[in-house]
Design a protein around this ligand. Structure first.
Ligand SMILES: [Zn+2]
Length: 484
């Protein structure tokens, strides 16, 4: 094992130009932190917030985030905040180019071998300090295809028995730049028309239930969000970017150990439909691997960056045992997207995001189910508006909202969020036969039992066994690519 210590904030600081929404990258927001002194007072009386608004705005846009609201546009809230955090950052300071706040350290670092208490059967935590970024692909780029790891995952997808549709990758530029693909209903491209398949999770079944999610972290601001969640006994689903996870494995461990659900959000945050099959496999595989290496468990769920999923991407995900979670969408203009990501880039304002939130709340009354909302923990601004306004408002909501991770709102135990602890009898894996080495048997069943796998489903047992065989073969070959 490696011995290099990985500091949460010492990793390469990637320049990140956040241009128009369709093109922005998702490199590490810590570059912003590093470029400025941490000196600004972050808290202020929340009562000043509403009073500071002055002009009647153009109205809320029902959750649409494609609006190009200039950051300088003066707007007012279209509703009255029922509750705010007494230490909320004033809305006027939650803006593009906002003064940099100091960040909080992790409250807890976990020893190797510690096990989560919120569900049974999980293995002990790996040693986060032993993880070395040099053992992983370049940050924020689609990983190369010629590594033994990716080659093994490609073979496993082939062996999964899941048919991968032959659609060509799309062009960058979305629906307008892909008119034929956008019009092809057989592709079921969510971006262009909102098509979903039965496998897609887009809501929580029970009304007034919010499947809480945060994407793109872990970031320097994640501990502030975690502190708020813990103070109010709430848990979330974190869709983590692999490049961020190897940058802050201790933070990822804290999210996991505190009872949050950890799920995949790809290695470099691309538009997945623009990628080749092999590139998609590499994006999935390395993200699953860093999460497994940091937590000891392999996530079963993922969210496509930008919601960019079609049947080809879906099928590859399923072949790698990744079930998609999107966010709730009533219509093209009524998506449950707060637009929080665009504050940092100046494409929207914090006031607009709160108006979007109010529209989401209003739209939630129009459906018979609960809902899932898109939010982020990558930027100071996204965390500030979450802990200062959106979460306090949600906690004051009447009727009361049941706020849980997505796995929980699906009425499943947290153990079902991970391959190693999933109950295969009640939550069958999408690709139970996945293995490149299923012919090697022998010790498979014994090790499968030791892993605590469910014995209730033949297919599930077969997957665990063959996965372990696959891992054993890879280890024997000194490939160093233990993949399950
Ligand atoms: Zn994202």
């Amino acid at each position: 094992m490696r011995s290099a210590f990985v500091s949460a904030l010492v990793l390469p600081l990637l320049a990140s130009a956040h241009g128009p929404r369709q093109h922005h990258g998702r490199a590490d927001a810590s570059s912003i932190v590093a470029s400025a002194a941490s000196s600004v007072v972050a808290s202020s009386a929340a009562s000043s917030v509403a009073a500071s608004a002055s002009v009647t705005g153009s109205g809320s846009v029902s959750g649409s985030t494609a609006t190009s609201v200039a950051a300088s546009t003066t707007q007012t809230l279209t509703f009255t905040l029922a509750s705010t955090n007494p230490t909320a950052v004033p809305l006027s300071l939650i803006a593009s180019g906002a003064p940099i706040q100091s960040t909080s350290a992790l409250t807890t670092t976990w020893a190797a071998g510690a096990k989560p208490t919120v569900f049974a059967g999980a293995p002990g935590l790996p040693n986060a300090a032993a993880l070395n970024p040099k053992d992983y692909p370049t940050l924020d780029k689609t990983p190369p295809l010629d590594s033994p790891e990716v080659q093994q995952w490609i073979q496993e997808v082939k062996n999964s028995g899941i048919d991968i549709p032959g659609f060509a990758p799309t062009n960058l530029g979305g629906c307008a730049n892909n008119t034929a693909a956008a019009a092809d209903a057989s592709r079921c491209w969510w971006t262009c028309g909102g098509c979903t398949r039965q496998s897609d999770i887009t809501t929580c079944p029970a009304k007034n239930t919010w499947g809480l999610t945060y994407d793109d972290g872990p970031s320097p601001y994640t501990p502030d969000l975690m502190a708020y969640l813990e103070a109010h006994d709430m848990r979330s689903t974190f869709f983590v970017v692999g490049s961020r996870a190897i940058s802050r494995p201790a933070m990822l461990q804290d999210e996991y150990m505190m009872g949050n659900q950890i799920a995949v959000h790809t290695w470099s945050h691309p538009y997945m439909t623009t990628k080749t099959n092999e590139e998609i496999i590499a994006e999935f595989g390395w993200t699953k691997k860093i999460i497994k290496d940091a937590l000891g468990v392999t996530p079963l769920y993922w969210r496509p960056p930008y919601g960019d999923i079609d049947d080809r991407v879906r099928a590859i995900g399923m072949a790698m045992n990744l079930i998609p979670i999107l966010w709730t969408r009533i219509s093209a203009t009524q998506t449950f997207d707060t637009g929080d990501y665009d504050i940092a880039g100046g494409l929207t304002t914090s006031t607009q995001v709160l108006n979007n939130w109010d529209s989401i709340m209003n739209n939630s009354t129009k459906i018979d189910t609960g809902f899932i909302v898109l939010e982020h923990d990558l930027f100071q601004q996204t965390v500030d508006i979450a802990v200062g306004y959106i979460l306090p408002e949600a906690l004051a909501h009447q009727p009361a909202l049941n706020i849980t991770p997505v796995i929980t709102c699906q009425n499943m135990p947290m153990s079902n969020a991970y391959v190693e602890t999933n109950d295969n009898s009640t939550n069958p894996l999408p690709a139970p036969a996945t293995s490149g080495n299923s012919s090697a048997s022998g010790s498979a069943s014994a090790t499968g039992s030791a892993a605590g796998a469910s014995k209730n489903g033949a297919s599930g047992t077969a997957f665990v066994n063959t996965g372990l065989v696959s891992a054993a073969v890879a280890f024997a070959a000194s490939a160093g690519a233990l993949f399950l």
